[in-house]
Design a binder for this molecule. Structure first.
Ligand SMILES: Cc1cc2nc3c(=O)[nH]c(=O)nc-3n(C[C@H](O)[C@H](O)[C@H](O)COP(=O)(O)OP(=O)(O)OC[C@H]3O[C@@H](n4cnc5c(N)ncnc54)[C@H](O)[C@@H]3O)c2cc1C
Length: 319
């Protein structure tokens, strides 16, 4: 289970930096023999490993920047050790970016989930949505090739536990840019040959232009047709009841109009239960959720859809 709580970091950045640095300092010295073991086995080094790189930051150099849609950039970084390294981030895990705005006393720390293949050497890739006046996202969007970003981490993933038998299904729910941890977790689960868990993924976006990882998800669906279902919910003007219908794509994915609401969740849950599956991973976590606060409340709040379906708080993991 995650030792760190990224949401708390966001709310109390100064507190978070102090806690991270002091905890990491002690633990680093206890952990050094593991690094020697890694290199003895000739495994790639990890750019970020715990707890060392909570204390000591790394600089990642930007190699390319691509504008993906109206507010999101894909930024590719080179790892400091080049092809001898992998990032060290696990499926659903994240890095903490750090920068100190001009005139500020405290650094801004924010979690971001890499989207590259995590065993790929020499590279790390982020998809970053820019928020109006967003401290970290505006800074990251300003980076040009050749410039560097300070990072710490890795932040652990969701504490998901694989199920080797075929009877398990889980529900993953993403809102907007919250897709990145959900996508990373999905890829990790599907890549594990020992895991037979089936995934129902529901992704709520404002408009179809915000479906920024569609190609990648459709590719995963083609590769794992029995293990992944994706439902897209479009809530903006295109998703209004009287708007022209949103065409389904060639691979048969479905667009729903409106928010990720009770009827969508109920329908997806009935697919899980109708197929006679055990709902939950091997630890009993039924739902993994990452989205803006309003969506998290509507889905997993006290009066939310999941509570009405009898899903308890401890059966829901919020990134
Ligand atoms: C585990 C984890 C992984 C994440 N991975 C990614 C990722 O891969 N890509 C990515 O783009 N983001 C990701 N995020 C969100 C990211 O960490 C920042 O919260 C986000 O970029 C906003 O930070 P900021 O400093 O730019 O905005 P702030 O300066 O904190 O806020 C600026 C304004 O934006 C609003 N705002 C901030 N965050 C959100 C939000 N999530 N939804 C709606 N409004 C918001 C605030 O209310 C405020 O009005 C992740 C979050 C978590 C918890």
């Amino acid at each position: 289970m995650a030792t760190f709580a990224p949401r708390t970091f966001i709310r109390h950045p100064a507190l978070a930096s102090a806690a991270i640095l002091s905890a990491a300092g002690t633990a680093y010295y206890l952990s050094r023999p593991n690094f020697a073991l890694d290199s003895a086995q000739n495994a790639p080094n990890k750019t970020l490993s715990l707890p060392k790189n909570m204390l000591f930051s790394q600089l990642l150099k930007v190699t390319s920047v691509e504008q993906i849609n109206h507010d999101t950039k894909k930024i590719t970084f080179e790892l400091p050790g080049g092809k001898s390294e992998v990032s060290g981030v696990s499926p659903g895990g994240a890095i903490l970016t750090q920068h100190t705005p001009e005139g500020a006393w405290f650094p801004v720390l924010r979690p971001y989930t890499p989207i590259h293949d995590l065993d790929e050497r020499g590279t790390l890739q982020l998809l970053v949505k820019k928020y109006p006046n967003g401290k970290a996202s505006s800074y990251i969007h300003s980076l040009q090739p050749g410039e560097s970003l300070k990072v710490r981490g890795p932040l652990p993933g969701a504490g998901y536990k694989a199920s080797p038998d075929k009877s398990h299904s889980i529900l993953l729910v993403a809102g907007g840019a919250g897709i990145t941890p959900i996508y990373s977790l999905t890829k990790g689960i599907l890549a594990d040959e020992e895991d037979n868990t089936r995934i129902q993924l529901v992704w709520g976006v404002n408009g179809t232009r915000d479906i920024i990882l569609k190609e990648q998800l459709e590719e995963l669906k083609r590769k794992f047709p029995d293990r992944l279902d994706v439902t897209y919910c479009v809530s903006g003007p295109e998703g209004k009841a009287d708007a022209p219908s949103l065409a389904a794509g060639a691979s048969g994915e479905e667009y729903r109009k409106g928010y990720v609401n009770e009827s969508v969740i109920k329908e997806v849950v009935s697919k899980i239960q109708g197929a006679g599956k055990t709902w939950g991973d091997a630890k009993g976590t039924k739902v993994f959720l990452c989205g803006p606060p309003t969506m998290e409340d509507a889905v997993a709040g006290k009066q939310g859809v999941l509570a009405a379906l009898g899903v308890t708080k401890k059966e829901v993991y919020k990134f």
